[in-house]
Design a protein around this ligand. Sequence first.
Ligand code: ADP
Length: 247
Amino acid sequence: MKTKDIILAVEGLTVSFNGFKAVNDFSMYVDEEQIYVIIGPNGAGKTTVLDLICGKTAATAGSIKFKGRELSKLSENQIVHAGVGRKFQNPSIYENLTVFENLELSYPQARTALSALFARRDQAMTDSILDVAQQIFLADFLDVQADFLSHGQKQWLEIGMLLIQNPSLLMLDEPVAGMSVAERRQTAELLRRIATGRSVLVIEHDMQFVENIADHVQVMHQGKSLSEGSMQKVKQDPRVIDVYLGH
Ligand code: ADP
């Protein structure tokens, strides 16, 4: 099997908030088409790592190389244009618009709501929207106002709004929080499909879900990397067991 190239290399990443190191000399290497999951107790620094990668927070030290390009000096917008998509825990969809319109607004050429809603729809855009809607299990909901979707469907719609921009790296913060068992299963299927052609970086607490999807797991604790490898390997690591059982 051909080994995959590294798409994201994070090295020595550190950020201090008033002298407190929330992320402390943290490194990670994400391969192309890999589903990479960061786990760890609350306050470990997981969300802050994603904030640093997407430019929401500035690092105190370290480097973040994406496809060989240093991201840490770029703005949030430039990082999006470089091909990094980020989904936060709460979906930021337009509740009063339909599924189709939400996807349309996220299409790269739709710069403003007005241009998206009144411009003539070209075939390529319509095809992309239909393709993404199919992937996110919402092909039969295109005309439904987002407000009426279930919690899980709203999460998928937001993933779709990122997918339509075709990022090479998609970062998801607790994608299955609040979802039903069936929705979790579908989300695992969705992430598997998404990871063909792009990398997916996930923070997740649901260990069953992590076990289902992760190609690689990294455990964070107190801003540092505690353990990494397959889920099978890290769950047997005594340091990880200690942290989770609070010994
Ligand atoms: P996790 O996602 O693993 O639960 P976080 O990355 O949210 O952890 O937080 C790590 C630590 O950094 C926590 O102690 C949190 O209170 C602190 N922290 C995060 N962001 C800030 C901030 N903007 N200012 C001050 N402290 C912060």
